[in-house]
Design a protein around this ligand. Structure first.
Ligand SMILES: CC(=O)N[C@H]1[C@@H](OP(=O)(O)O)O[C@H](CO)[C@@H](O)[C@@H]1O
Ligand SMILES: [Mg+2]
Length: 564
């Protein structure tokens, strides 16, 4: 009993101590947004330290399962930084804990922080007091504030008795999510295991290419814009082992090559539709890809003319469409009755998009007879929805997405593959289709959108289909669109509904949007408060660029007038 009381005292002392080491500057307010906390890197230490406390509590709550902390601000400028927490399955932290995360980050003084933790621990039945262990894996990107914030996170984690922090080093965001997931599944979870899985499953996909398809072989050359971030660094490490591809990395993150996310990276290319820094006329006609600063976003592009720097863009919607076509084709082959072995693999295939998906992509996917559903912006919503299917494919237009396969589907696929391999059918189209799907489940990151694994799946599918960039790009034509940002006094005064496609408050705003939209052919427009920046975003689509620009501009004026 006395020992227990001592532990309790020690726990309280540690929390008070760490909180006093990282005081919250007056006037500072953090909110757990679309992807955790983000702000100027120099101001982030209190929030990151408290995220450390929170992650350790989350692990305690979940029977000591490993959870993750990623220190990154993704595509945002180099001076920014951020922190987000990964749950034991490798996905984003359960949204139910977000209000506590925000309250903890904003606790004004050590006493308030201690009381918050004690109350939360009691309400949630968390076994605080050193009798149980907690495990937190940490990763960070290449930002200069990363190391300093890592230390803040470590101090937060170590303030919880029984908690163990494991620094996994400088990683892409999806690598850390993958490691957390793998660790909890009891499979090897180091960086070299991650690379081995990627390289082997990619090789497997190439071995399964149809031999008799005819047509041109796909050009092997691929230029990748690494956004001067961690993705380029990692790709450099493995590119020599990726057979069948000749990868050149630009904006690779090497000293002197440029500034993180500055005039380069997936966000820049997708929004500006021009070539990133470091690309020029000599690249016309070459297939190019662009990653964001923490390598969880991927877009493709190609310069069509040397007279300007405009690009043809393949965004997340078209990557999704390529994946959907490939997976559906394999399922069709497997389930086609004319096969030698009468086995079927029933699978509910779901496509998840957000309101930012280009209307032409949604129409294309629905036209294929696929089930398309919408969620609010943010991978935490899309991923969760995708898990409701046997195979869920989700992408944000900006290139963040993946394919998730249910455990049940994978085990059915495994048993089908085993049956087929043990029979004379093992050289059949059915067997090959099953093996291709198996390889895809290994290649594509099951925890979160991953630019590196996504890129390899794209490359394997393009080779499978013998499609050039142009073939892929011409799958459908994007509707012209425009995104604008509006600064307002309080962006939270806008409340949205219907997966963010409608404004419920202020109601007069939706009436104005409807009225404006009615003036345009194929017009579509919505506004929502950003979850990562202090702005309201306006998105508009119409049949011409001039119209899309004009619709976005007039709605932005209404937002300014009502809320500015
Ligand atoms: C329009 C847009 O691109 N929004 C992005 C952006 O969120 P906002 O809540 O719109 O700021 O950052 C998120 C995190 O990276 C990403 O998931 C999302 O797609
Ligand atoms: Mg990112």
């Amino acid at each position: 009993m006395a020992a227990d009381q001592e532990q309790e005292q020690e726990q309280r002392r540690r929390l008070l101590d760490v909180a006093s080491r990282f005081p919250l500057p007056t006037g500072c307010r953090f909110s757990y947004g679309t992807a955790g906390f983000r702000a100027d890197g120099a101001t982030m230490a209190p929030a990151v330290c408290r995220a450390g406390i929170l992650a350790a509590l989350r692990s305690l709550k979940l029977a000591s399962a490993a959870v993750g902390i990623v220190i990154t601000a993704s595509h945002n400028p180099i001076g920014d930084n951020g922190v987000k927490i990964a749950d034991p399955d490798g996905g984003m932290m359960d949204q139910q804990w977000e209000p506590f995360a925000a309250a903890l980050a904003n606790a004004p003084d050590p006493d308030a922080l201690l009381q918050l933790v004690l109350q939360f621990v009691k309400d949630e039945g968390i076994p605080l007091g050193g009798h149980h262990t907690a495990q937190v894996l940490l990763g960070r990107d290449t930002r200069p504030t990363g190391e300093y914030l890592l230390d803040a996170a470590l101090q937060g984690i170590n303030a919880i008795l029984g908690a163990q922090a494991i620094d996994m080093g400088i990683l892409t965001t999806p690598q850390l999510h993958w490691m957390v997931r793998s660790k909890n599944k009891g499979i090897k979870a180091s960086e070299s295991d991650y690379f081995t899985q990627l390289i082997n499953s990619f090789r497997r996909m190439l071995e399964l290419l149809p031999k008799d398809k005819g047509g041109d072989e796909l050009a092997k050359k691929l230029i990748v814009d690494g956004a001067n971030g961690i993705g380029g660094v990692k790709l450099e490490q493995i590119k020599a082992e990726l057979s069948g591809l000749d990868i050149i990395v630009r904006n690779s993150g090497k000293e002197g090559e440029g500034i993180l996310n500055h005039l380069c990276g997936a966000d820049f290319v997708q929004k500006e539709r021009v070539t990133p820094h470091g690309f020029g006329p000599e690249d016309v006609g070459v297939r190019c890809a662009s990653l964001d600063g923490d390598a969880d976003r991927l877009v493709y592009f190609q310069m069509s003319s040397s007279s300007d720097n405009k690009v043809d863009l393949v965004d997340g919607d078209k990557i999704l469409s390529l994946f959907a076509l490939f997976i559906r084709e394999q399922l069709d082959v497997i389930n086609n009755n004319g096969n030698q072995v009468d086995k079927s693999l029933p699978a509910r295939l779901g496509i998840v998009q957000t309101a930012y998906a280009n209307g032409a992509s949604t129409q294309f996917l629905k036209g294929l007879g696929l089930e398309v559903v919408f969620t609010p912006t943010g991978v935490k919503y899309l991923h969760k929805k995708a898990l409701e299917y046997d195979i869920g494919i989700y992408f944000e237009a900006n290139g963040h997405g993946t394919v998730v396969f249910s455990e049940d589907f994978i085990s059915q696929l495994e048993s089908l593959s085993n049956d087929l391999s043990s029979q004379a059918a093992n050289c059949s189209a059915q067997y090959h289709a099953a093996m291709r799907l198996m390889a895809a489940t290994q290649l594509i990151n099951q925890a979160v959108g991953d630019a590196l694994s996504g890129l390899l799946l794209v490359e394997a599918i393009l080779q499978y289909k013998r499609w050039s960039f142009q073939n892929w790009c011409e799958l459908y034509s994007d509707l012209p669109s425009r995104q604008l940002k509006v600064k307002v006094v309080d962006r939270s005064s806008i409340v949205t509904t219907d997966a963010e496609t409608k404004v419920s408050q202020p109601s007069s705003l939706q009436e104005l949007i409807d009225k404006e939209t009615a003036n345009y052919t194929q017009g579509r427009c919505f506004v929502r408060p950003s979850g990562t920046e202090d702005v309201v975003r306006v998105y508009a689509e119409a049949s011409t660029q001039v119209e899309a620009d004009s619709l976005a501009k007039s709605v932005a004026h209404h937002v300014e007038r009502l809320l500015g």
